[in-house]
Design a protein around this ligand. Structure first.
Ligand code: AQP
Length: 347
């Protein structure tokens, strides 16, 4: 399938992940229910990487706090995100699944990373600029959170970080931070490599196809939630913005709306998007088929989610077990960094 076994590396070459015990880490914010971009660009790849790798996945609730959150909603969303990841295929027996705030070393190493990255580096992060432009209250944490993200990754001696394209710049920062720390204080961290899927690395808004599909910047009908009513998903695809000519081809510069539909359909069906384009002479049929493919993808996820969500005590048990396993790794790596930087350990 396209986008499953081939990944684009930092230098543009492709990578075929080997079956190995290399460690994979990634995180997702419980800042609301996930959308199709999160599912195709990130979550589906978390599921693939739990096979044959040592996979660690984190619900990054501390990151969610970088923009104001209602406390009850944040708690509920943390459980919902955990259930959704499992409904999409994460198996807590195959991977470590936990909440970031349950492992205090994230915040502790986050501070050490803030001392390692510079104000200038953080100022260049385009996500900060985008989110700050949209926020009334710009917290200090919104500015510094790439340092915490570096800590999240480095705490697990991570080799690969599966993410969508929007995280490329932050991952570069994590690599730079690891290298800088290692050269100042001696080999402490594994320098991670990000892996971005070839297809659906940046799913776009259906109404504004030049903008990324996003939980917080969506046009009313531009965003598809994984847990959305299936009829509503069909309607949104029908109304998706395309263009005034009628040729179906993959051309991101001139036909972003059509290209977005082709990439979504490609990611779901595993067929090359250029090949798919050749099957269509009308936008209408492309929209209907893409909607149908997405509906069939999310239907079983929604069914499984409903079952899991009915048992919050079990979800909490899974998170607690995950945090114990995560702590066993994170505490060792944190102590290594603490000793290297010159903090006295309590022992
Ligand atoms: N549109 C997208 N297409 C492909 N991948 C995407 N990701 C996000 N949007 C797209 C990937 O999803 C993972 C988890 O993202 P996050 O929880 O850190 O949220 P985010 O990157 O900030 O994007 P969101 O979900 O739209 O939230 P807001 O509105 O808060 O920005 C990441 O791997 C990300 O690359």
């Amino acid at each position: 399938m396209v986008g499953i076994l081939r990944w684009r590396r930092r230098d543009g070459t492709t990578l075929t992940p080997r079956m190995s015990t290399q460690r994979v880490f990634s995180g997702i914010q419980p800042s609301g229910d996930p959308h199709l971009g999160n599912l195709l660009g990130a979550i589906q790849n978390y599921v693939r990487y739990q096979h044959g790798h040592d996979a660690v996945y984190c619900i990054v609730d501390l990151h969610a706090l970088t923009t104001p959150k209602d406390p009850d909603e944040l708690r509920a969303n943390t459980l919902r995100m955990t259930n959704l990841l499992m409904a999409a295929g994460l198996d807590p027996e195959r991977c470590i699944l936990f909440a970031q705030s349950h492992v205090p070393e994230h915040a502790q190493l986050g501070w050490l990373m803030e001392t390692t990255v510079s104000f200038g580096e953080l100022s260049r992060m385009t996500q900060f600029k985008d989110k700050a432009d949209r926020s009334e209250f710009i917290s200090a944490s919104l500015f510094t959170y790439p340092a915490l993200q570096a800590a999240d990754i480095l705490l697990y001696d991570t080799n690969f970080v599966p993410v969508g394209d929007d995280q490329r710049q932050h991952l570069e920062l994590s690599r730079d931070a690891a290298q800088r720390f290692n050269s100042r204080f001696g080999e402490t961290f594994v320098v991670p490599e990000h892996v971005i899927p070839e297809i659906a690395a940046r799913v776009m808004d259906l109404q504004r196809p030049n903008d990324k599909m996003s939980k917080t910047a969506a046009a009313e009908n531009g965003l598809i939630y994984v847990l959305e009513d299936l009829k509503s998903i069909e309607k949104k695809f029908k109304r998706a913005v395309t263009d005034s000519d009628d040729e179906v081809r993959l051309d991101w510069e001139n036909k972003p709306g059509v290209s977005n539909l082709l990439e979504i359909l490609s990611a779901v069906t595993g067929t090359d998007p250029h090949e798919l384009a050749g099957n269509y002479t009308q936008y209408g049929a492309l929209k209907v088929d893409t909607a149908e493919a997405v509906v069939e993808l999310v239907r079983p996820i929604q069914e499984r989610f409903a079952e899991l969500n009915a048992d919050p005590a079990e979800t909490m048990r899974i998170l607690r077990t995950g945090a114990e396993k995560a702590s066993a790794i994170a505490s060792v790596v944190y102590d290594r960094a603490r000793d290297a930087i010159g903090l006295l350990g309590p022992e």
